[in-house]
Write a protein that binds this ligand. Structure first.
Ligand code: 13P
Length: 247
């Protein structure tokens, strides 16, 4: 049975005190056996969160693909391993658009993260123009084929997919359940076409983009939506807990 996951992407927000306070409250949330919470924190809080030794997983929002060296200001995957971080985000649209992260870099990062046995949330999703012109399915299929489909079926087991339509991120406009379920089903079928049904059925596919305490239950009730990657609404422990409990 594939895992149900609700993950927080705190992006570049919160103070250390706020981060620890939210994280500690999440520890109290009771989870089913196949349910998981992950918090993608800014680097500077990673160690402090890990020190709490909670069952809530701690992930990093980014890393540099090089093993080490003269890359001022960057953090390597070995740094994350050293802190016992188990998950990373790869391919977020903010990294693609604001930091010009290409498919080549995304592929490299996936390979490095897999070498280090990280759990990976790989993000995909179309910009508004592709949705408006009816090319959203084709666009996302192309992202999967370009970024992900060099991996083996065994390596795919480390991949969790987050479908995050760019037009829904931080806008307050959420994809309708019909739009989200259509895409999630399509992503699962695309994975099945490449890797077979077993891999596709075991891959968790999360929805991200203005998911909140009000709309989460309806989205998570869709058969191909296995949880969420939450930005704004994860910055408040009450709202985020409601989203987790909506599963
Ligand atoms: P919002 O929930 O703020 O729209 O952000 C979604 C997101 O980008 C999570 O990675």
């Amino acid at each position: 049975m594939r895992k149900k996951i609700v993950a927080a992407n705190w992006k570049m927000n919160l103070t250390k005190k706020e981060a620890i306070s939210i994280y500690d409250k999440l520890e109290e949330v009771e989870l089913d056996d196949n349910q998981e919470i992950i918090v993608f924190s800014p680097y500077v809080f990673l160690d402090a969160l890990k020190q709490r030794q909670h069952h809530v997983k701690v992930g990093a929002q980014n890393f540099h693909p090089a093993a080490r060296g003269a890359y001022t200001g960057k953090v390597s995957i070995s740094h994350l391993v050293d802190l016992e971080i188990e998950c990373v985000l790869v391919g977020h649209s903010e990294r693609r658009m604001l930091f010009n992260e290409s498919s080549e870099v995304i592929k490299l990062k996936l390979d490095v993260a897999i070498q280090h046995k990280m759990e990976i949330i790989y993000c995909c999703g179309e910009p508004l123009i592709k949705r408006e012109t009816g090319k959203h399915l084709y666009f996302v299929k192309n992202q999967l084929e370009t970024d992900l489909f060099h991996l083996s079926a065994e390596q795919m087991k480390l991949i969790i997919i987050a479908y995050e339509p760019v037009w829904a991120i931080g806008t307050g406009v959420t994809a309708t359940t019909a739009q989200a379920e259509e895409m999630h089903k399509f992503i699962r079928e695309t994975i099945a076409g490449k890797y077979g049904n077993e891999v596709a059925e075991n891959t968790s596919i999360l929805y991200g983009g203005s998911c909140n305490a009000e709309n989460a239950a309806e989205l998570f009730a869709c058969p191909n939506i296995d949880g969420g990657l939450i930005g704004g609404a994860s910055l408040n422990s009450e709202d985020f807990t409601k989203i987790i409990l909506a599963q």
